[in-house]
Design a protein around this ligand. Structure first.
Ligand SMILES: [Fe+2]
Length: 295
């Protein structure tokens, strides 16, 4: 296994290993897991990806999310991110599918709005547009380390509320359906996720965050916007340009990402699996004290 650094202080390409190797081999899995903790974004090129291979690889890292209502793939362990309609044609730019891609172009962390947040996501390219459609990543670990130490201390003991409807509302007021709102009540998480393996802390932010516990609404939104801007400062990102056979895995505890636009008439099909965080990943320390959560 060979490592090639990709981004500004995070993200690396793994060479000489396939998803199937990791699925089948304990040592390959252990090495990959250690590299995920260290580099936060791992790129695998030239993979022969099928749903089965992606699922077997992903299951190694922990329990898989079941896809929520309102997403393509609901009830399975796969999220299908597609701009292709049932008739096999690319959907219109104002369709719900296209609007959802727009929401995906806001800086976010996957699943902060779920009852169990995500350790990692695995995304494979199946159909790639000729231009655009990149995925851009920042390290919220490096962002945290750039902040003023007094602010770091304060954030370690602060809790933010996350709501799927909030991020979707930034694209269109009714983009989150009543069924999605009912299934996904707001969640409250500590604003810093400390990795229990290496002790390094990262900002835990997303476009889903809409309030900070104990702060006035406007004041909380202002601090969230400032932190988002600091975390995504120019020069701090790694932009992944997708090629056929690419698979990218990222640590949702230590990164944010966003999709980049592409010409509306070009098809794009990506498949995501998402691994839920567990106690071993530091999940329990992310929950607010019980009394706060009950308020
Ligand atoms: Fe995402």
């Amino acid at each position: 296994m060979d490592i090639a650094p990709l981004g500004p202080g995070f993200a690396a390409e793994l060479r000489g290993v396939t998803l199937a190797d990791v699925a089948a081999d304990d040592a390959a899995y252990a090495a990959t897991r250690a590299l995920l903790d260290e580099h936060s974004v791992l790129v695998f090129r030239g993979q022969e990806v099928t749903d089965e291979v992606q699922l077997a690889f992903s299951r190694r890292f922990g329990p898989l999310e079941v896809t929520k209502v309102g997403s393509q793939g609901t009830g399975t362990n796969l999220v299908i991110l597609s701009t292709i309609g049932e008739d096999g044609k690319v959907v219109a730019p104002d369709s719900r599918k296209a609007m959802r891609n727009k929401a995906n172009q806001l800086w976010h962390t996957d699943s902060t709005f779920k009852r169990v947040p995500a350790l990692a996501s695995v995304l494979s390219a199946r159909i790639i547009p000729a231009q655009g459609g990149e995925t851009e990543y920042v390290s919220t670990r490096l962002a945290f380390e750039r902040l003023d130490p007094a602010l770091c201390k304060r954030l370690e003991n602060s809790f933010a509320w996350h709501d799927y409807a909030h991020s979707r509302g930034q694209v269109a007021p009714d983009l989150a359906s009543p069924e999605e709102r009912a299934a996904l009540p707001p969640q409250c998480w500590r604003m810093v996720w400390k990795n229990p393996v290496n002790g390094r802390s990262a900002l835990y932010l997303a476009s889903h965050a809409y309030a900070i516990e104990g702060m006035e609404k406007e004041e909380g939104l202002k601090l969230l916007a400032e932190l988002m801007a600091a975390a995504t400062a120019p020069g701090s990102s790694y932009v992944h340009q997708w090629r056929a056979g690419d698979v990218v895995m990222w640590d949702n505890r230590a990164t944010m990402h966003r999709g980049r636009p592409w010409p509306a008439q070009q098809a794009r099909l990506m498949v995501r699996t998402t691994i839920s965080a567990t106690a071993a990943d530091g999940l329990e320390s992310m929950r607010p004290p019980t009394q706060q959560a009950a308020e």
